[in-house]
Design a protein around this ligand. Structure first.
Ligand SMILES: Cc1ncc(COP(=O)(O)O)c(C=O)c1O
Length: 391
């Protein structure tokens, strides 16, 4: 069967991407920010939801053994790593799970390492849980971002760091970390007794010839994987996450916290979505990746050709593109593009890099073209008339 990817107009569906932004900034704004996609879910998933709706009972539920089997097989089949079912832990979503791990593995005021520019909730979850952020900033080397492991070694050797949070693949710079990089990171962390939380939520959106490598291949004792079907299958609103925690002690601490906060009951549709995604939607995912790849290539060459002062690394993974606007001389590129191009992008300041913006290219190609052309018009005026044109 030929799998179709269907783009959909999401306005007036209470979606954060369009409705929340247009309520605030006006109906003429083109949103290209938050990380979900403008595509309908896989028809197989929709069919499973339909059956469940027709059953018409939505009582308390549990995750069946097939659910865990689906996760284990997915990691085995797609990522070449054999996961034991007993290593899998439950959770509501990736970020709340990360918050729980932070609480059980560290104390207030402890320092936690992150690698900016990085997904804004990594900053928030550390601060809001009264821990402190230590930055191990990524470096731009040639045409890609890399981890600064020398800097990290300096930090780990000088301070007692219990936890590092890794975005694997990396949001927003789009790196699919290679085995060698992860191995070096894992060895370093193991030497200093630092636990790695590897957020692998973007694992399935990786473009050939790049490949996803789970941190589990680099070590088992000191690593925690967090994941969900949210990004790859466009179901983040269904709130369901899982972790892979080979270390029994860490698993026990986490499960006690999950129970203490009464977070063990899943959402019927969230759990079902994951099970169906991992067992019946691989073809759909393949078709989706082709569409996303076309959008990525279009956006990348458009920006390279038409806005050469913007530094853009080719996303190896994710449907997000990081635009480093340092050369534009703007105080606030996100505000500039919102006011002059009417395009709402994520603000780099939230990622720890105020001169950047993040573009989400998982929308229909016509909208993507409109977004890029609007950005170009504002860019052209800026580069022609300089800062007089700045807001
Ligand atoms: C790296 C990363 N982690 C976590 C999340 C959010 O996950 P969840 O909605 O499951 O908390 C996102 C969403 O964009 C993300 O990009």
């Amino acid at each position: 069967m030929l799998v179709q990817i269907e783009y959909v107009d999401r306005s007036h569906s209470n979606c954060v991407k369009y409705d929340a932004i247009r309520a605030k900034y006006g109906d003429d704004v083109l949103p290209a920010w938050i990380a979900d996609m403008d595509v309908k879910v896989c028809p197989n998933m929709l069919e499973a939801f339909r059956k469940r709706v027709e059953h018409a009972v939505f009582g308390y539920t549990f995750r069946p053994s097939e659910y865990y089997e689906a996760i284990a097989q997915w990691y085995e089949k797609r990522h070449g790593f054999s996961v034991e079912k007993s290593w899998i832990v439950d959770g509501p979503n990736v970020m709340p799970m990360m918050a729980l791990f932070i609480n059980v593995l560290t104390e207030p005021n402890d320092e936690i390492v992150i690698q900016p520019p990085v997904y804004p909730p990594f900053f928030n979850v550390i601060r809001r849980n009264k821990r402190r952020i230590v930055e191990n900033r990524l470096k731009r080397v040639n045409d890609r971002y890399v981890m600064d492991l020398e800097d990290l070694e300096g930090t780990l050797s000088r301070r007692k760091i219990k936890l590092i949070i890794l975005s694997n693949p990396h949001n927003p710079v789009g790196r699919a970390w290679m085995y060698e990089e992860l191995k070096e990171l894992a060895q370093l962390c193991s030497r200093y007794g630092t636990i790695i939380i590897s957020d692998e939520i973007h694992a399935d959106i990786v473009y050939e010839p790049f490949r996803f490598t789970t941190i589990l291949k680099a070590g088992l004792e000191n690593v925690i994987v967090l994941n969900s079907a949210g990004k790859s299958f466009n179901v983040p609103g269904l709130t369901n996450g899982y972790g892979i925690v080979p270390n029994e002690k860490l698993r026990k601490l986490y499960n006690e916290a999950l129970e203490a906060f009464e977070l063990t009951t899943p959402n019927i549709f969230g759990a079902l979505a994951l099970q169906i995604a991992y067992t019946e939607c691989e073809e759909w995912l393949r078709a989706l990746l082709q569409k996303l790849r076309q959008n990525r290539d279009f956006a990348y060459s458009f920006i390279k050709q038409n806005m050469p002062l913007i530094d853009v690394p080719l996303p190896e993974a994710t449907f997000l593109m990081w635009l480093d606007c340092s050369n534009l001389g703007l105080e606030n590129p996100q505000k500039f593009f919102l006011e002059k191009a009417k395009v709402y992008l994520n603000n780099g300041a939230d990622f720890g890099e105020p001169k950047g913006v993040r573009l989400n290219f998982a929308c229909c190609p016509e909208n993507l073209k409109k977004i890029l052309e609007s950005l170009k018009r504002a860019y052209d005026l800026l580069t022609r008339f300089g800062r007089d044109f700045e807001c």
